[in-house]
Design a protein around this ligand. Structure first.
Ligand code: NOJ
Length: 445
């Protein structure tokens, strides 16, 4: 049965990040530093999902959805190295009970951008020792919940973590142009993924495990310019093959190793044998495409993003639905058509004064175009098992703060009331009919 679901992550929705003995995270510390989040907000309360999860689960059930993807806060479970905090685990126990009681399959992410401050202070994902801690965290969760929790995501968006934390500095620790930090952290996250996938079958029977890759569709700024085409090919290797090639082929893509080997950890080749383990499916987070032009002045990458002012945009990115279809076909053709799940797809927007915040036709159009193209890909043989909207409700959108809204439900932050947007009604109808609209996109002849 195809799963229709919604996604969230701990820091973005839960609030009360220090409750019940949890330690602060890299994000808690970062958001309390002035100037880091565009609207000055933080995840101290967020949506208060920590207390209001019963109401949120009821909304998921009322939408007729069968999947809820959430993440488990590492800070609640391991506030100190090596010491499990039972109270932290108990929260997720309650969440699981409520989900299963409502007939909703839980999908849990082990690492979703947020790490305990004690990990961050030791270098975060740049430090190889973090791999041991992360695997310890993940296997602790599998042992505690694996009898009932069958669907797992090891790591969410390794490339986005690496890029945002170490290349552009928008995520903690806010470093820029640190190629070593980027490549070390990607490598370590992939290694943790490999080890978690290895441990999984002996702890959890009959489950699914994979990582959620941010599939960025990449195009040259000018298709007719050879230099732009080469810049785009390099960026595509760095954004996509950098994760998929090691998982499926046991090697990093050649364009990246040719230019950047010196920034990878010494002896990285030895780990590739263990990284070559996609798990049982691939999660795809798809939102947008980027275009690149050749740029002599950008060190090492020699590529710069080019924003086409004519292209349609959401609150953050270009709207390019065809990218989801092309990404899925690439998975089919270049990586042996593994089972896959769209672990995220969604439409960010700010509220506009004078406009009804519950009326969101742009979000409906965005989601409906992407679902249609997913339908076309499935019709053409892609083995996709589920689709999760980001997000169930408006939440803390990292460096954008609370202003950037992705929810099917509107969060009224002063009162924390949830209200259904039109897109929530639309999604309920879609899930009810279990409908993948394909007619508008007939198979290519
Ligand atoms: C990807 C991330 O996994 C999630 O945390 C984020 O909020 C959404 N994209 C929207 O930007």
């Amino acid at each position: 049965m195809f799963t229709w679901g919604v996604s969230t992550s701990a820091y973005q929705v839960e609030g009360y990040p220090l409750q019940d003995g949890a330690c602060p995270s890299n994000w808690h510390e970062f958001t309390h530093r002035p100037g880091t989040v565009m609207d000055g907000t933080n995840g101290d309360i967020a949506c208060d999902h920590f207390h209001r999860y019963p109401e949120d689960i009821k909304a998921i059930a009322d939408m007729g959805l069968t999947g809820y993807r959430f993440s488990i806060a590492w800070t609640r479970v391991f506030p100190e190295p090596g010491k499990v905090n039972q109270k932290g685990l108990d929260f997720y126990e309650r969440l699981l009970d409520a989900l299963l009681g409502a007939g909703i399959q839980p999908w849990a992410t082990i690492f979703h951008l947020e790490e305990p401050l004690w990990i961050a202070r030791a270098g975060g994902m740049r430090n190889r020792t973090t791999v041991d801690h992360l695997v310890d965290f993940g296997t602790t969760l599998m042992r505690r919940f694996g009898d009932r929790l069958k669907n797992w995501i090891t790591i969410n968006e390794p490339t986005i973590y690496a890029w945002s934390c170490f290349a552009i500095g928008e995520f903690p620790p806010g470093r820029k142009n640190d190629l070593r930090g980027m490549l070390h952290s990607i490598h370590h996250m992939l290694l943790a993924h490999g080890w978690l996938c290895q441990a999984f079958p002996s702890i959890v029977s009959g489950g699914m495990i994979g990582l959620a890759h941010h599939f960025l569709w990449v195009s040259p700024a000018d298709l007719l310019r050879e230099k732009d085409r080469r810049a785009a090919a390099f960026m595509d290797a760095a954004a996509n093959s950098m994760v998929l090639d090691p998982l499926f082929r046991g090697r990093y893509p050649e364009p990246v190793t040719r230019r950047l080997t010196r920034f990878l950890p010494r002896g990285f080749e030895k780990d590739l044998v263990e990284i070559q383990n996609p798990g049982t499916y691939v999660g795809i987070n798809y939102y947008t495409r980027n275009r690149y032009r050749y740029s002599l002045l950008t060190p090492f990458l020699h590529a710069a993003e080019h924003v086409d002012p004519r292209a349609p945009r959401s609150g953050q990115w270009e709207i390019y639905p065809r990218g989801i279809y092309r990404a899925l076909l690439r998975l089919r053709d270049e990586y042996g058509n593994p089972p896959c799940v769209i672990t995220e797809n969604g439409f960010p927007a700010r509220e506009v004064a004078g406009r009804d915040p519950l009326d969101d036709p742009e979000r409906i159009a965005y989601l409906s175009d992407h679902v249609s193209l997913l339908g076309k890909a499935i019709q053409e043989g892609v083995d996709c098992r589920g689709f999760f909207v980001w997000s169930l409700l408006d939440n803390f959108e990292w460096n954008w703060g609370l202003q950037m809204r992705n929810g099917l439900l509107r969060t009224d932050y002063p009162t924390l009331r949830r209200e259904w947007k039109k897109s929530a009604h639309w999604y309920r109808d879609l899930a009810k009919r279990n409908w993948l609209e394909v007619e508008r996109f007939p198979p290519e002849s």
